[in-house]
Every structure is written in structure tokens, then in C-alpha cells.
Design a protein around this ligand. Structure first.
Ligand code: ASP
Length: 425
């Protein structure tokens, strides 16, 4: 087993987890211990291990990366490129979602709004779910800026407020190079050491990825099974199709134009994509994303340390697409005839909220309540989404991570980095 490449081990673990999860359900027990609890334990342990290294990894990688950028011009240029790339791909993904949801009309069955058939779930279930995801971001755009400058960096780090951590690390990296040479050199050596150590720890944790992934996926499948998806099949298909078009057409075309071979890039990113799929958390996947982008895709630490942590926080193509399709679906199910202006509002709010959404499981649900509120639909509609949310979360998180990695290679190439996967190589 250990001779097999990591992504194969993870794939086998996922298939095995689906089979075992379907077979066990939530009630089976092994020597009196619930299998579901065992899956939960294994999965949570793996996810905790990944989360454990995020703060030191993000801090050290940004500080080392920014210090290596040299002057402010480089930093300014890199920020402009990164933000433009992320806005462009998010807009593209929302557009794909909007077109498909208008074509396939998942909220309308046999010419009738599907609301009554779909038996909108009870407000209790919805508020329970929302209470669980409360405080996971999404809010308004001023909130994003306030989180960027947290009053207490230690608390921001412990709360998983990545934007604050990123901003602080950027400042640290910039000013670290401006102090007296002896001190700045000591600082640089120290942070470089932290960074290298954290990468080594990531590699070590990833050795356990097949087991962790097994636990996470088996738990999900055991809890949901597949039956519940049936009534929502068209909605499910619309989202999956739109995500696939975004990855295999839009993002692949961008890679191609930038001179990167999309097939090679998929292969390079496979461990990160599978981790994103099983954890449904792009923040949790960040250590693996950095590892794959640097080691497999050949992007320098200087670029990846800037582009990837920022991407894991603000660039969520899959999430933006999902928010748009879900809000349109609910509107259709309620029999609402959506004007172009309303659709435009949905697009805009989906774009803005996807920036604020945290890279953790089910975070989109909060953003969708914001959209529903803006267009005046009852929040109860969210209940329909709960059934398919986890599986779609796994898929959209993989797309979020993939888009970040595309940003890293495209920007690395535009910076003239030679080592990046080239189309003609
Ligand atoms: N789970 C997603 C992520 O971590 C966010 C979401 O769409 O809920 O990227």
C-alpha cells in the first residue's frame, strides 16, 4: 500500500469509505462501539492535525514570501494581479452557474414551481443548521475590512480569522526587511526555519491522509446515504454540471492560455483536490495546497505564499457559483419570476459574500441567507438545500482550491518563473 502514490491511496480510501458508510449507516456497532463514532473520531483527528499547523504555516509562508519580494513595487504588482485574477474567475463561475440554472430550471418540475413537492423543510431544522454555522462570515463588506485589521492578533489566530492573520503577516514581512540588518537577517533565518519545519510536518500529516479521508467520507455517507437526494436531483445535477464546466472549460482555458498544460496541473493538484473533497474546508486544505503547488507544480514560495493563503480566504469560485444557483433554485421553487435586475443583484451579492465566506464546511449556507434576504425570499427555502449540502460542499470546496492553485501557476508564469508546468514541456 505504501508504494502506491498518495492520491491513489486517497482515492481507494474514498471508494472504500462510500461502501462502508452505506453499509454501516449510523446504527452499526463494532464490539459495542458505534462505527459512526469511530469514523467521526478518525476524521476529526485528521482535520484537527491539518488545522493545527495552519497558523504557523500561513504566518511563516507569508512572512518569508513577502520578505523575499524585495520592494513595495513587487508587492503592489503581485496584489493587483492576484485580486484581478480572483475577481475574474469568480465572475466567470457565477456566470456559468446563472446560465445553467436558467437553462435547466431545477426549481420548476413539469411546468410548476416545485416548492410544494419539495416539502420545504421545517423552520426548526433550518434555524438549527444556521445556528451551527453562525459567525462563519459572509456578512457585509465592511465586516471584511474590520476582520482584516483585528484588535487582537492572537485572538484572531485562535478564532481562525485568516484575513487578520494574513494582513498582520504581510505587515510583519514588509517591515521586517526594513530594520537593522543584523536583526532582519536573524528574523529571516528564524521564519525560514519555521516555514521549512511546517512543510515537513505537513508531509508527515499527509501520510495519514488515506485513513483520515476514509473517516471523513464514511461518516458523511453513513449519515446521509443517497436516497434523500432524489427529489433534488436536477438541482444537484445543475450544480455539478456548472462546477464541471467551470473547471474543465473556463479554468482549463485560462491555464492553456497562460501556457500551462491543464492535464498536468490536475495531476499535480490531485492530493489537494482530494483533501478538499473529503474535508469540505479550503482553509483546512491550505497546507496541502501549498505543498502541491510548490512541489508538484513548481511554483516558487515567493508567489505561492502570497497567492494561496489569500485565495483560501477570499477566492471561492465554487462557493460563489453554488450560492447563485441555490438562490435561483429557491426563487424558482417559490414560483418567482426573476427579472434581469434581480438576477444581477443575486450575482453581485454572491460575488461579495463569497469573498467574506470562511473556508470551512457549510459556510455558504449563511451567505445564501444573505442573498435570500436581499431579494426578499423566506429563509425557509434553505431547508431544501440541507439534504444535498454536504456532497455539494465537498465538490465546491475542491473547485475553490483548484481555482486558487490556477491563480498561483498563472501568476507564477506571468512573473517569469521557469519551473512551472509548461504546456510544451
Ligand atoms: N466549504 C467551503 C470551503 O471551505 C465553503 C462553502 O462553500 O461552504 O471552501
Amino acid at each position: 500500500m505504501s508504494k502506491l502514490k498518495l492520491h491513489w491511496q486517497m482515492l481507494i480510501a474514498i471508494v472504500a469509505a462510500v461502501i462502508v458508510g452505506l453499509w454501516s449507516g449510523t446504527d452499526s456497532a463494532f464490539w459495542g462501539v458505534s462505527l459512526y463514532d469511530i469514523f467521526d473520531f478518525i476524521g476529526t483527528l485528521f482535520l484537527n492535525a491539518l488545522k493545527m499547523i495552519i497558523v504557523p504555516l500561513v504566518m511563516s509562508s507569508i512572512i518569508v514570501g513577502v520578505a523575499g519580494l524585495g520592494n513595495n513595487d513587487n508587492l503592489g504588482r503581485l496584489s493587483t494581479k492576484t485580486l484581478s485574477f480572483y475577481m475574474l474567475t469568480s465572475m466567470l463561475s457565477i456566470t456559468v452557474g446563472l446560465i445553467l440554472v436558467n437553462l435547466l430550471m431545477p426549481g420548476v418540475i413539469d411546468g410548476e414551481a416545485a416548492g410544494s413537492r419539495l416539502n420545504l423543510s421545517s423552520p426548526d431544522a433550518v434555524s438549527e443548521q444556521l445556528a451551527r454555522v453562525e459567525g462563519r462570515g459572509a456578512g457585509d463588506i465592511t465586516g471584511v475590512f474590520l476582520r482584516m485589521v483585528p484588535p487582537n492578533i492572537v485572538k484572531a489566530a485562535s478564532d481562525g480569522q485568516m484575513l487578520g492573520l494574513i494582513f498582520f503577516s504581510l505587515l510583519f514581512g514588509v517591515f521586517m526587511t526594513r530594520i537593522t540588518k543584523v536583526y532582519s537577517q536573524t528574523m529571516l533565518n528564524f521564519w525560514f526555519g519555521v516555514y521549512e519545519t511546517m512543510m515537513a510536518v505537513t508531509l508527515f500529516i499527509m501520510k495519514f491522509a488515506p485513513i483520515g479521508v476514509f473517516g471523513l467520507v464514511a461518516k458523511t455517507v453513513a449519515a446521509t446515504g443517497f436516497d434523500a437526494f432524489e427529489p433534488l436531483l436536477i438541482f444537484f445535477i445543475t450544480v455539478v454540471l456548472a462546477l464541471a464546466v467551470h473547471v474543465f472549460v473556463s479554468l482549463s482555458a485560462i491555464l492553456w492560455v497562460a501556457g500551462v498544460n491543464p492535464l498536468q496541473h490536475y495531476r499535480a493538484m490531485l492530493p489537494a483536490l482530494l483533501t478538499a473533497f473529503s474535508t469540505a474546508s479550503s482553509s483546512g486544505t491550505l497546507p496541502v495546497t501549498i505543498e502541491c503547488v510548490e512541489k508538484n507544480a513548481g511554483v516558487s514560495n515567493r508567489t505561492s505564499s502570497f497567492v494561496l493563503p489569500l485565495g483560501a480566504t477570499i477566492n471561492m469560485d465554487g462557493t460563489a457559483l453554488y450560492e447563485c444557483v441555490a438562490a435561483m433554485f429557491i426563487a424558482q421553487a417559490y414560483g418567482l419570476d426573476l427579472s434581469l435586475a434581480t438576477q444581477f443583484t443575486i450575482v453581485l451579492v454572491a460575488l461579495l459574500t463569497s469573498i467574506g465566506v470562511a473556508g470551512i464546511p457549510a459556510a455558504s449556507l449563511v451567505a445564501i441567507t444573505v442573498i435570500l434576504g436581499v431579494i426578499g425570499l423566506p429563509l425557509e427555502g434553505i431547508g431544501m438545500l440541507l439534504v444535498t449540502d454536504r456532497i455539494l460542499d465537498m465538490l465546491r470546496t475542491s473547485v475553490n482550491v483548484f481555482s486558487d492553485s490556477c491563480g498561483a501557476v498563472v501568476i507564477a508564469r506571468s512573473e517569469g518563473e521557469d519551473g512551472v508546468l509548461a504546456r510544451n514541456a
